[in-house]
Design a protein around this ligand. Structure first.
Ligand SMILES: *Cc1c(COP(=O)(O)O)cnc(C)c1O
Length: 395
């Protein structure tokens, strides 16, 4: 490789070349292992760790490596490229690609030893043709639609689909699955309806007299709120990272947030009463006040919806975000008597002293769900990994 040519990668220089950007995501790998243990014990069945979307913002490869080392049973990703990235990184676990397959990628899915979601008879034929051309069997999971209306064969049409898949010479049916639409609402009747439809579809395997493949249905909400949906395997994503599906979700399980979002003060000043702050001049202090500037913004995926709504922890105190969040920076109000100094730690998600801001709190303030906060934090923000309390040098 030409040493003069830049290697493609995150759009920033490496932290060790130029000094650490003060804004960073800290991932606590011990929290991940802890959550995996708690969820597995709660489920009582094998766990597919869902690592799509850059492992919910935590970093695809380091998280997958850690989960593999911790004995997770299987991984789940959304599409081919995520699975390939894991194989290139040396992950040997079974990996299910959960998205609807794009026909032209069928051969690559098989060649990369990825398990394929087959969501129609047409897709089954595409996978069979690719497998036959490669001379290599495909491992597939059949997707049944029980009410999501996203991908999958409707449960009321599952008979011929299952029959065709079971008869396939080039496909091994390892699993059969569906996805829950309302599992974060413990009172919704939708989940019981979906479970009943799914089990009815699975009965076709018995009718055909073939062994039942692995049946899986539960995402985090299913696992937390609907014990009957656990079946033979569970597919938690967000709960694995210690975050709940909705700002209003509750659980009695001891889940620990794996992500902290940290920055440091880069500027301090006094703003006179009535003097507006930031774009649009939408906010002004009522009295002379002390303010700091924090170097993270919507260009990092820190939501602009938090303008004059979110909070930041500084010196163990909650401080309001004042005015609009900019692309790379925002301002926080310390009040007339507050103190903070340049380089003080600023916590956007995580704990400081006896205060904490959870991802769920940020989501509520931004008017969205915790998932969108996590996956929105982009590759401009360096990730650092802690194991047993120390920084992992090359995670
Ligand atoms: C994303 C996803 C999951 C994980 O969902 P969480 O709510 O994060 O637990 C499980 N199954 C499928 C099919 C998914 O797409």
């Amino acid at each position: 490789m030409d040493p003069e040519r830049p290697v493609p990668g995150p759009p920033v220089a490496r932290a060790d070349e130029v000094g650490q950007r003060p804004t960073r995501i800290r991932v606590d790998l011990d929290a991940l292992s802890h959550n995996l243990r708690v969820l597995r014990a709660h489920a009582g069945v094998p766990v597919m760790g869902v690592v799509k979307a850059n492992a919910y913002g935590h970093g695809l490869v380091p998280v997958a490596r850690h989960l593999q080392a911790q004995g997770v049973d299987q991984l789940g990703v959304a599409f081919l490229e995520e699975g390939v990235a894991l194989r290139r990184a040396g992950i040997t676990l079974p990996i299910l690609v959960m998205g609807g397959i794009f026909g032209p990628q069928a051969a690559a899915l098989i060649a990369e030893d990825l398990e394929i979601t087959v969501s129609s008879i047409d897709k089954l034929r595409q996978v069979e043709a690719a497998a036959e051309a490669l001379g290599r069997r495909a491992t597939i999971h059949l997707k049944i639609d029980t009410g999501m209306e996203r991908i999958g064969v409707h449960s009321y049409h599952a008979g011929p689909f299952i029959e065709a898949a079971v008869a396939s010479r080039w496909c091994t049916v390892k699993g059969v699955y569906s996805h829950l639409a309302c599992s974060d609402e413990p009172d919704s009747p939708m989940t019981a309806r979906q479970l009943a439809r799914f089990l009815e579809a699975c009965a076709h395997f018995d009718r055909l007299g073939v062994p039942m493949p692995i049946r899986h249905l539960a995402n985090s909400g299913g696992l937390l709120n609907f014990p009957d949906t656990r079946l033979d395997l569970v597919r938690p994503g967000i709960a694995l990272y210690g975050v709940l599906p909705d700002p209003d979700s509750r659980t009695t399980l001891d889940l620990r947030p794996a992500m902290s979002l940290l920055s440091q003060v880069v500027y301090f000043k006094v703003v006179p009463a009535g003097q507006p702050v930031s774009y649009g001049a939408t906010w002004a202090p009522a009295v002379d006040t002390r303010m700091v500037t924090i170097p993270i913004g919507y260009g990092d995926g820190f939501p602009r919806a938090l303008s004059s709504r979110g909070e930041v922890l500084l010196r163990g105190q909650r401080r309001p975000i004042a005015g609009r969040i900019c692309m790379d920076q925002f301002m926080a109000d310390l009040g007339p008597d507050g103190t903070a100094y340049n380089e003080d730690e600023a916590v956007l998600i995580g704990r400081q002293g006896d205060q904490g801001i959870r991802c769920e709190d940020v989501a509520r303030a931004a008017g969205t769900i915790p998932y969108e906060i996590l996956v929105g934090l982009n590759t401009r923000i360096p990730r650092e990994y802690f194991l047993h309390g120390s920084l992992v040098p090359e995670a």
